[in-house]
Ligand binder design. Structure first.
Ligand SMILES: [Zn+2]
Length: 95
């Protein structure tokens, strides 16, 4: 059985089997996060997963779900909107 070594924020290094992890994939960029319950303290842990981690986890058969970030509005869009407001350029367009 494949062992996946990762870390718990409280306990440090822990070993899990693929069935104990869930991978959240961001549809747009192929990265995401993985979630697991720490076998030592039982806390839910969430760790960012870059491309490399995502491919390793997928290769070991970890269950995944695709997180749809193509919703009505994203955080980036909100930030861009706030930046646009701060720039004051919109005021020029009001006559
Ligand atoms: Zn722990």
């Amino acid at each position: 059985m494949t062992q996946i070594r990762t870390t718990c924020a409280a306990c440090g290094e822990v070993e899990l089997i693929p069935a104990e992890l869930t991978l959240e994939l961001t549809a747009m960029n192929g990265t995401g996060a993985y979630l697991f319950l720490c076998p030592t303290c039982g806390d839910q842990q969430r760790r960012p997963a870059n491309h490399r981690v995502v491919s390793i986890l997928l290769a070991t058969g970890v269950a995944y779900e695709v997180v749809d970030d193509g919703g009505p509005i994203t955080e980036v869009e909100i930030r861009r909107f706030i930046d646009a407001l701060d720039s004051g350029e919109w005021a020029d367009q009001i006559k």
